[in-house]
Design a protein around this ligand. Structure first.
Ligand SMILES: Nc1ncnc2c1ncn2[C@@H]1O[C@H](COP(=O)(O)OP(=O)(O)OP(=O)(O)O)[C@@H](O)[C@H]1O
Length: 206
């Protein structure tokens, strides 16, 4: 399934942050989002995921094809690792959590309450969630934060397998994940022009 983003403009905190963003992401490909802090990587991912409307332009397919792993891991602390994955699997109508447990090295932690996991283990669980969604397009916001080198490799391998079966991924990251053939989109050129009356706020407080 190809993702098409056409002339997208996005808003955060009432201000346009990016405009004129267009790209095509064919199936079996990954796209790495780059750009300085605050350029709008998170905001773009949230818009692709359907968590906030676009200010202009369009995204095809819609959010039902997307699974989003945000900064927050979305973990239920009182449930075990396995129960968390089963919960998400049921929510998305998928049957098995076996591959997700294995791929993210969670098998020995399956019975542990998720709230007792280390930061990196929690992150692995948050990422494993993507593998039980059955969604074609995976969206990741800084997925490697808290991960050690082995876990980064696990993550890259899991994304690689998803691409092999025709999935795709959009990943905001500052590090090189070693994903073969990933495209890179630098968002800096799409920074929205400042509003014409951008000084009003400041003046109001003088
Ligand atoms: N809740 C909010 N209210 C107002 N402005 C916000 C809010 N969240 C983010 N912003 C602003 O929107 C802009 C885009 O933020 P965003 O988080 O999308 O950037 P980013 O590229 O993901 O940054 P980073 O690399 O630091 O994670 C920034 O200028 C940020 O300060």
């Amino acid at each position: 399934m190809e993702v098409r983003v056409e002339d997208l403009a996005i808003v955060r905190g009432g201000l346009r942050v990016l405009e004129g963003v267009s790209f095509r992401l064919p199936s079996a490909r990954a796209l790495v989002l780059r750009g300085p802090n605050g350029i709008g990587k998170t905001t773009l991912l949230r818009t692709l995921a359907g968590l906030q409307p676009a200010d202009a332009g369009r995204v095809v397919p819609g959010p039902d094809a997307m699974a989003y792993a945000s900064h927050a891991d979305g973990i239920k602390a009182t449930l075990s690792v396995e129960e968390n994955l089963r919960f998400w699997a049921r929510l998305h109508g998928t049957a098995s959590i076996t591959a997700a447990l294995r791929d993210f090295n969670l098998e020995t932690l399956a019975e542990r309450p998720a709230g007792s996991l280390s930061a990196g283990q929690k992150r692995r669980l948050g990422l494993a969630r993507m593998a039980v969604t059955g969604r074609a397009v995976w969206l990741f916001d800084e997925p490697t934060i808290s991960l050690d080198a082995d876990s980064v490799a696990l993550f890259a391998a899991a994304v690689g397998r998803h691409l092999e079966v025709g999935g795709s991924a959009v990943i905001a990251t500052h590090i090189d994940l070693g994903l073969a053939g990933a495209d890179v989109l630098d968002l800096a050129p799409y920074k929205a022009a400042p509003p014409e009356h951008g000084h009003d706020f400041h003046e109001a407080f003088l």
